[in-house]
Design a protein around this ligand. Sequence first.
Ligand SMILES: [Zn+2]
Ligand SMILES: [Zn+2]
Length: 351
Amino acid sequence: MNAESMMAVVKARPEPGYDYTSVPRPQPKPDEVLVRIERAAICGTDILLYKWDPLAQSLIKELPFIPGHECCAEVMEVGAAVRSISPGATVCAETHIPCGGCYQCTHGLPHICKNLVLFGHHVNGCFAEYAVVPAKAVYCLTTGLPAETACLLEPFGVSLRGVQEAAPEGKALLVNGCGPIGLFAIAIAVRSGAARIIAAEVNPHRLKLAETMGAHVTVDARQADVRQAVLDQTGGDGAGCVIEASGAVGAVATCLSCLRKGGRIVILGNPKGPVEIRDVMPDLMHKELTLRTLHGRRMYETWEQVEALLADGIVDIAPVLTHTFPMGRIAEAMAAILSGEACKVELDPRA
Ligand SMILES: [Zn+2]
Ligand SMILES: [Zn+2]
């Protein structure tokens, strides 16, 4: 296979945009596997990289590189030291590549490894025909989940952990921000027995999707005051749990003001600026709240859980996937997202 080439999406220059071009096909090192990408999905960070946003710039090591981290792939070749994975296996890449030796890695928390290397950010990712992935960051699927669903396990895992931490059973849940992560969280919360799910969002397409996924109440945050809407829906108490999935400036403050005393708030959206708390005593200190942040999926318990939820048909996330483009039409795919029309968008490298 050596010296062969492949087509890939490449971030070549420190400016907005992606190229679609021919690059050498990678070769696996002894502890890596070579995979053929069946399907890849565009994540919020891939959009920031496309725009060349300062947050994205801070995440990457060098140019040029191949973005993308959400994928479903088939193993083509394994390095000499790889024992547990065989060619032909259907796999997903875990974005978080742990070092294996730091405090977190040796205490059951490799997903927040101190020396974390991020697939598709620090090393070449999956927006290509082929990719190499370290064997320790490969999740082998055990069901026949179709590629277009399997490639969403990675973000879906973040939503599942968010709902697990929010613990919405029998409570009112506010989901603030209805991008893919918030929408997945709504679908999981329905199955988790949330008493009332209130979804807040500024994009009308996404508000509709929130309804489709099972939100009981939708709040158009362009027009309505989210805090007032939540208080109205909860007899003036506030929501027992809140998932912040927008990353919007000021969103954490709004979410804190919506939380019932003694409630739980989970922050999933990467804040696009400093996080502020408006009224420190009523919104924070006197609430006796529990605040949780998350970074990725537990390896690999979360993966097993999300695969089972989707393979058993317990949660249906198909409505969130609004568009699929051949990978070569990456510019159109990005335009569909940036226009606000598309929600989750996938790329097919073989189309
Ligand atoms: Zn992602
Ligand atoms: Zn580590």
